[in-house]
Design a protein around this ligand. Structure first.
Ligand code: ATP
Ligand code: MG
Ligand code: MG
Ligand code: MG
Length: 480
């Protein structure tokens, strides 16, 4: 069976032959021209319905969203807009399509807002925008595996239920087994939800890094690619409670190797999408252009979507220390004139996404890699630098996004790690297994975390993270 994508790409092989296609009706013009789509591509196949061959009853039953199987002859199209079409000889309606109910759904052919589409996330796969976005999301995932495979990394699955809070940020969802007859109790006799993984306290993973490090300490180069959960009770356009994270970890790498890896990796994936998702990108590029037109002139993007992607892979990312970045921010007229929601006051403060975006979009006009952050604002496992004040951390910042990757060289020295953990109140005993990586043949190593959805946001030009994951999980959205 051929997809519509295959057929459109290679129709000459079947020109003037009868073929069978199946799909959903995207539009039905003048009771004669059906735009049929099977999800394989953004492009529809035009099916021409010849009145002479079909009774009025059949034709009346076909409307937008109908599912059809069509047998017909492949011909070169006389009309504008497509090179090929099929002249229907037989049309089978595959399933019911309730016309009245359809009217209140997003399948009804008119322009719907993204918010409205989000409310019916289970139906938005049938729209052009979400078809394009999810095909590209697939391509991004595929390219990620491909990059690591080509570079001799092994794909490791780390646990989803874990006892570790890798980030020490306390943004965890606990795990409960709901064996209501057998629930652990607190001293007061209440159900103790916190202790309920068969008597142990566990949570959904916030990062696979710590486990990933143990794997890298034997396999050398590994990466994880799995669901990640954070109890982010904030409604930003870049945070989800459930997202997908990619975390490579490499033995014998230092911070600079880690930055090189991150840059090569991002460029590989973006190039893969440019090379393999042309039709979808062109569609989104047009959509992006339209969106820009509705904005005031000075807020408009300087480049189109495809242009933006091409520019990002053409140049080396700017590499800037945290200290330099703070200087730039402190001296910026934005900061002096109070344009930031969170003014930058001194060395040591954590950067907000408005600061990151200022550096990327206004100051450097380039993706930026910031490195050597103050130790107080980063997690315990990062390597302490000789200045005793900063750690070998790095964040990759992208236009329109802010932080897309966070990573570091890890602290490989057991004694230094122990001191840092004590300072930051991280329980050494709970992480006894992690400490073993520093006890038996410790080596320098480094890695990073990329949020899949942030990268998909960037390559699709979408602006809300809820629109690049099939079923967004946010504080206000947990239905499907
Ligand atoms: P942010 O500063 O944006 O909250 P973070 O520093 O807390 O991110 P890390 O712990 O460094 O995030 O996680 C690594 C990567 O995972 C981030 O660079 C980002 O791409 C992604 N990420 C983190 N939190 C989320 C989230 N809630 N939803 C989607 N992606 C996320
Ligand atoms: Mg965060
Ligand atoms: Mg951050
Ligand atoms: Mg981070």
């Amino acid at each position: 069976r051929q997809t519509i994508k295959d057929l459109l790409a290679d129709y000459k092989k079947v020109l003037h032959h009868d073929i069978t296609v199946q799909g959903w009706v995207r539009a039905f013009r003048s009771n004669r021209f059906i735009a049929l789509n099977d999800g394989s591509t953004i492009n529809n196949l035009q099916v021409v319905v010849d009145f002479e061959n079909f009774d009025e009853e059949t034709i009346k039953k076909i409307n937008t969203a109908s599912s059809l199987k069509v047998v017909g002859e492949v011909v070169e199209s006389q009309g504008a807009g497509q090179t090929v079409e099929i002249i229907a000889k037989k049309i089978i309606i595959l399933g019911d399509n309730f016309f009245d109910e359809l009217q209140s759904t997003i399948l009804q052919p008119k322009k719907h807002s993204l918010e409205k589409l989000r409310e019916q996330a289970h139906l938005r796969f049938r729209t052009n925008v979400f078809g394009a976005v999810f095909r590209i999301r697939h391509a991004v995932s595929f390219a990620i595996h491909s990059f690591f495979n080509q570079n001799q990394f092994f794909y490791i699955n780390t646990p989803i239920i874990t006892g570790a809070d890798a980030e020490g940020a306390g943004e965890m969802f606990g795990v409960t087994n709901f064996d209501l007859n057998n629930m652990p109790k607190t001293e007061e006799g209440d159900i103790d939800f916190a202790q309920d993984f068969f008597g142990k306290k566990t949570n959904l993973t916030v990062s696979g890094q710590l486990e990933g490090e143990t794997a890298a300490m034997g396999l050398g180069r590994i990466y994880t690619f799995g669901p990640t959960f954070r109890a982010e009770n904030s409604n930003t356009t870049r945070h989800l409670a459930e997202f997908w994270m990619i975390e490579p970890e490499v033995a014998f790498n230092n911070l600079e190797d880690n930055i090189d890896l991150a840059e090569d990796f991002l460029k590989f994936v973006i190039k893969y999408v440019l090379d393999n998702c042309k039709d979808d990108l062109e569609f989104l590029d047009k959509r992006f252009e339209e969106e820009q037109k509705s904005k005031p002139e000075k807020e408009r993007a300087k480049e189109g979507l495809i242009e933006k992607l091409e520019n990002v892979i053409a140049k080396r990312f700017k590499r800037v220390s945290y200290t330099e970045a703070i200087e730039i921010l402190l001296n910026s007229k934005e900061n002096k004139k109070g344009k930031f929601q969170y003014p930058v006051e001194k060395w040591g403060t954590d950067l907000q996404s408005e600061h990151e975006r200022f550096l990327v979009e206004k100051h450097f006009e380039s993706p930026v890699v910031l490195f050597d952050y103050p130790k107080e604002i980063k997690a315990f496992y990062m390597k302490l630098n000789d200045d005793n004040k900063t750690v070998a951390a790095m964040d990759v910042l992208f236009p329109g996004i802010g932080e897309i990757i966070g990573g570091s060289e890890r602290e490989a020295r057991l004694d230094v790690l122990k001191t840092k953990m004590a300072e930051m109140h991280v329980d050494e005993e709970e992480l006894w297994w992690y400490m073993d990586t520093r006890r038996f043949g410790s080596v320098p190593h480094a890695g990073f975390g990329l949020g899949l959805e942030r990268l998909v946001l960037f390559v699709t030009g979408m602006t809300n993270i809820r629109d690049v994951i099939p079923f967004p999980r946010t504080p206000k959205n947990a239905e499907f």
